[in-house]
Write a protein that binds this ligand. Structure first.
Ligand code: C5P
Length: 239
């Protein structure tokens, strides 16, 4: 893999407060292409944080996992896309009409024909079969994920978020153009933290991930830029 491709396919999750977030953004500028803003940072700082990252030249993955009635999700997706974010998340469990509404929302916010992409969370990786049974779902997590991924695609959604373990299957199910974004990625030797079913960056991409999300192995390193560049080197060497 070319070095520029490797940089474009890594998304650094910035899960911290504003000051540290901007410090990391300044350090990673010119190295990383993508930063991810999650609910904690967005609810504290609002659209301004997306703007701060964009001003530094980053693409932004705004991971707010929208899930509400279609009318609300349409408006939320439009507003989220107007922040300038390039990629948004919704919950597949909101069903077809809600997912179609998210697509309409980002289309309404399109600039010069370019719109934000939307990907669906199928089954949260924190949910096991017992948790699914609690909410009345008696099928396996894998079956549920397949059903929601297909429904997402049928409603104009651009891809899915899934674990690296599911990436090959999702790629097969959704075809080569779909976005398949995998968190739960750990370079060899990195601390697992609270992640369990992990894969290395090159394993995740080899299995079909279009993008990998890496947080603490980069943001918690003594030298985040060196940690980021080491993952780029791993991808270039192995793929
Ligand atoms: O620090 P770490 O590399 O574990 O960060 C992974 C990022 O991906 C976090 O922002 C986390 O919220 C997100 N994520 C995840 N597992 C999922 C969905 C999202 O770890 N199933």
């Amino acid at each position: 893999m070319l070095e520029t491709d490797a940089r474009d396919r890594m998304i650094v999750a910035i899960d911290c407060g504003r000051e540290r977030a901007l410090e990391l953004a300044d350090a990673l500028s010119g190295h990383a292409t993508w930063l991810k803003v999650g609910m904690t940072l967005f609810y504290a700082e609002g659209p301004a944080i997306v703007d701060e990252f964009r001003k530094r030249g980053f693409k932004v993955f705004l991971d707010l996992k929208l899930h509400d009635i279609p009318h609300q999700v349409r408006g939320a997706a439009e507003a989220a896309a107007r922040t300038g974010a390039d990629l948004l998340t919704i919950h597949g469990l909101g069903a077809g009409a809600m997912m179609a509404a998210a697509r309409e929302g980002v289309e309404a916010a399109a600039v010069d024909g370019g719109r934000a992409k939307v990907i669906a969370v199928t089954v949260l990786t924190s949910m096991d079969e017992e948790a699914l049974a609690q909410i009345g779902l008696t099928c396996s997590a894998a079956e549920e994920a397949d059903r929601l991924a297909a429904l997402a695609q049928a409603n104009g959604i651009d891809g899915v978020v899934c674990s690296p373990q599911e990436a090959a299957h999702m790629r097969e199910l959704l075809g080569e153009d779909a976005l398949v974004v995998t968190p739960g990625v750990r370079p060899v030797g990195a601390a697992l933290g609270d992640q369990s079913r992990v894969a290395t960056p090159s394993e995740a991409i080899a299995r079909g991930a279009s993008h990998i999300v890496v947080g603490r192995p980069v943001t918690g390193a003594n030298d985040p830029v060196a940690a980021f560049d080491a993952i780029v080197a791993e991808l270039v060497e192995n793929l």
